[in-house]
Ligand binder design. Structure first.
Ligand SMILES: Nc1nc2c(ncn2[C@@H]2O[C@H](COP(=O)(O)OP(=O)(O)OP(=O)(O)O)[C@@H](O)[C@H]2O)c(=O)[nH]1
Ligand SMILES: [Mg+2]
Length: 395
């Protein structure tokens, strides 16, 4: 199929100009979108722990040396939100997502602390900056919490109530009183909802930052996604850890929707392959897309090691056998070299980094080839991630 026909079909437009403009609009929109998520609640409620967990960090990372690119360095050295049993968060701190810096988590100080008295709290934390608020509590939501939530609602922003540390409740109650997990959770939920009745009984999400696959974290994510406009929904989707097969499928669909647009916007349409090369692909773009997918699917060594630890099973070694995984890991080591090579670098270099390129080299056209390489790469990584979930018993 020739390039232009394929592009028109994918875009649903009738001219090449309009199709490219549409592709560029989608890609620019996805790059520009910024999501600001505020996490608030009393001191010690578990705000910083949630900010870390939601960004895929379960323990304080060791500092790593600077890599070839700023993005790689930032991804290797994610900022850890300090946690502890004494009051630790005294100011507004922003923690970008390690691999998607436009998704930002704001760890707010406790409401009513000396520096942030209740009366001026919203103004001091610059409430207008946030897309929505997550209010964390490890017991009752206080009167102060409710007042703040009410004021935020008046400003037409969404508030989500999270009851944290339920792993402790489940463990303590079943140890001391022999209660079943279901019953413990039911009781906590009822108590919290009663506590929030003044606000019309909004739902409460019971979570533990120690394991986001458990309890209500998936339901919280579903609710957040439902309430967000589509471009912000996609950004959230891509940034969250994979916690179930459904969450992986949703991520896959979000990336799939970007494939044609990124290929169409990449400038490869009508590009003449350099002499001696059989086809043109925007190398840097394809690599950055597949590297984003790789992180988003939780396939980097660090994420796999943590998962292996959590489910007490060796996962990393088996998954490392995938050719594409090896290619991407290699490309991160040589990313600066590849960036310099830019558009239409040689098939040999590309094939060595992204093995699927070889399958498309004979096609010789740019849009269809680029799209094919991206789609095939996405599909391959999806299969690896699926295997990981199966091995970890996270269906
Ligand atoms: N078991 C368990 N402990 C948790 C959980 N979340 C937080 N903790 C612990 O609770 C303590 C307080 O957690 P932080 O995340 O520092 O709480 P914070 O709300 O940021 O506290 P401030 O910064 O002082 O306002 C720490 O010792 C955490 O390890 C959880 O889900 N389960
Ligand atoms: Mg804190």
């Amino acid at each position: 199929m020739d390039d232009i026909r394929a592009l028109l079909e994918d875009s649903g437009e009738c001219t090449e100009e309009r199709a490219i403009a549409k592709a560029k609009g989608i890609v620019d929109g996805s790059k520009k979108v910024v999501l600001n998520i505020a996490v608030t609640g009393e001191s010690g409620a578990g705000k910083s722990s949630l900010v870390n967990a939601i960004r895929g960090l379960t323990s304080k990372p060791e500092r790593k040396n600077a890599d070839a690119t700023a993005a790689a360095t930032a991804a290797a050295n994610p900022e850890w939100a300090e946690t502890g049993s004494t009051e630790t968060t005294m100011e507004v701190n922003m923690y970008p997502h390690p691999t998607m810096p436009n998704v930002r988590f704001w760890d707010l100080p406790g409401i009513g602390s000396t520096q942030f008295p209740e009366k001026t709290y919203l103004k001091n934390v610059k409430f207008e900056r946030y897309d929505f608020f997550i209010l964390v509590s490890c017991n009752r939501f206080t009167e102060t919490d409710l007042k703040i939530a009410n004021n935020i609602k008046k400003q037409k922003k969404n508030f989500y109530f999270v009851r944290s540390k339920v792993d402790n409740d489940v463990r303590n109650d079943s140890e001391n009183e022999g209660r079943k997990e279901e019953e413990v959770l039911h009781n906590i939920r009822k108590k919290c909802e009663g506590n929030l009745s003044k606000l019309g009984g909004p739902p409460v999400f019971l979570i533990t930052s120690r394991d986001l696959t458990k309890f209500d974290f998936p339901a919280l994510v579903e609710t957040l996604k439902r309430d967000l406009p589509s471009e912000k929904r996609n950004a959230l989707e891509q940034s969250l850890p994979v916690f179930s097969m459904q969450s992986l499928d949703d991520k896959y669909s979000a990336f799939k929707a970007l494939v044609w647009a990124m290929s169409g916007a990449s400038g490869v349409i009508g590009a003449t392959p350099l002499p001696g090369l059989s086809f043109a692909v925007d190398t840097a773009m394809v690599l950055s897309f597949l590297t984003g997918v790789y992180h988003s699917f939780g396939l980097d060594d660090k994420a796999l090691e943590k998962l292996s630890e959590r489910v007490d099973k060796k996962i990393l070694d088996e998954v490392k056998e995938s050719e594409l995984m090896q290619g991407i890991a290699k490309s991160m080591l040589t990313s600066s070299m590849l960036t310099k090579l830019g558009v239409a670098s040689s098939v040999e270099v590309m094939s060595c980094v992204i093995p699927v390129v070889g399958n498309f080299a004979a096609a010789g056209v740019s849009f269809v080839t680029t799209r094919g390489v991206m789609q095939q790469g996405l599909d391959d990584l999806y299969q690896v991630a699926k295997k990981v979930l199966e091995m970890a018993n996270l269906q």
